[in-house]
Design a protein around this ligand. Sequence first.
Ligand code: NDP
Ligand code: MG
Length: 399
Amino acid sequence: MSATVQSITVLGASGSIGVSTLDVIARHPDRYKVFALTADRRWQVLATQCLAYRPRYAVMKDPVSASALEMELRRQGCTTEVLQGDDALAQVASDPEVDTVMAAIVGAAGLLPTLAAVRAGKKVLLANKEALVMAGGLFTRVVAESGALLLPIDSEHNAIFQCLPNHRADYLQQGLKSSGVRKILLTASGGPFRNTPLSDLPKVTPEQACAHPNWSMGQKISVDSATMLNKGLELIEACWLFNARPQQVQVVVHPQSVIHSMVEYIDGSVLAQLGNPDMRTPIAHALAWPERIESGVASLDLIATARLDFSSPDYMRFPCLRLAQQAAETAGTAPAILNAANEVAVASFLQRRIRFDQIAVVIEQVLSRIVSVEPHDLGHVQAADAEARALAQQLIAQW
Ligand code: NDP
Ligand code: MG
């Protein structure tokens, strides 16, 4: 049992990961208390959460939503202070009273508040993979300087972390090989269109793309899972988190999502982490690490699961995966360009402005037209992100 109660900021509290995080926290009032909750616009969700968890601060990115939340909380007699905007997000991520930050804002919008938490040396539970994909080099430098503890929430990376040796410093400083690791096996469900006839893919709707067979998630990551760009982002994320080269990460399609990823050692041992597909397991693992706590997740019923299947990814069906692998190998600002083009393309698909199969076309064209450079600071990353967004928007407007 921990001696002190940990104070937690949940960035992206109104989202899928945010809600699961609060569910785990609520099971352990003796261990955790909520310092701040944040969202963009869904102030009603945040109002309910503030009444339940009574945080010191609630931050809305959007000013109109902040006013609505403020009015509602005052009406309900809740004393949570409402703040607004980017500076406030960074402030609650780095406040001296905060021990742990759950980084669960979706997309590039999470980069600055997550970096603020890392700079302040917090324990950072990283769900916001896009931040690491965009600025992995900078991130890892700041982690080393500040002494922050970065723990993966993405189910695959949390699984890999659990299967890797306990002496993290060894592989982080000298590479995976020095720890006897041959490769990482990154599992992928293949999403909702794994078996859809290729000729039907141009017709799929946002509703179909968001209906993931195994996981319940926010819209953007659901579309990323349907294109398998998510697995590409995860490959890049794994390289930064575990000091791996892209060639050391093999993507394996495993439709049941029971094995969350594996690590193969040079003696031929393959270690896997298994569990029900419920994000409360990696969230509880990272919250309590190196201890273990209850997460609310049911026991895995292996008899009912009955079988585990594996296959190679189909690059004809999932061109986004190949594009992400190429960006990982190019490195520099290529992953930031890939991520920005994808964010614009996915938003346009969700607004029914482009077809599902055009997401890959946007990314491919943007990557081929913007040259990757070595980013020396955050400004370079942000410039690449802005250039890629503008080009993606321009291409989509011309269609
Ligand atoms: P959701 O869309 O469900 O939630 C996103 C959260 O971010 C919401 O709180 C949202 O606020 C907030 N947000 C959105 N845009 C902004 C912005 N511009 N500024 C500030 N806050 C913003 O996403 P998920 O919870 O599914 O995913 C969160 C992150 O976790 C993503 O990076 C995803 O890749 C990663 N992840 C998610 C998994 C899952 O199971 N869901 C699994 C593994 C990783 P509002 O509600 O007001 O829009
Ligand atoms: Mg994942």
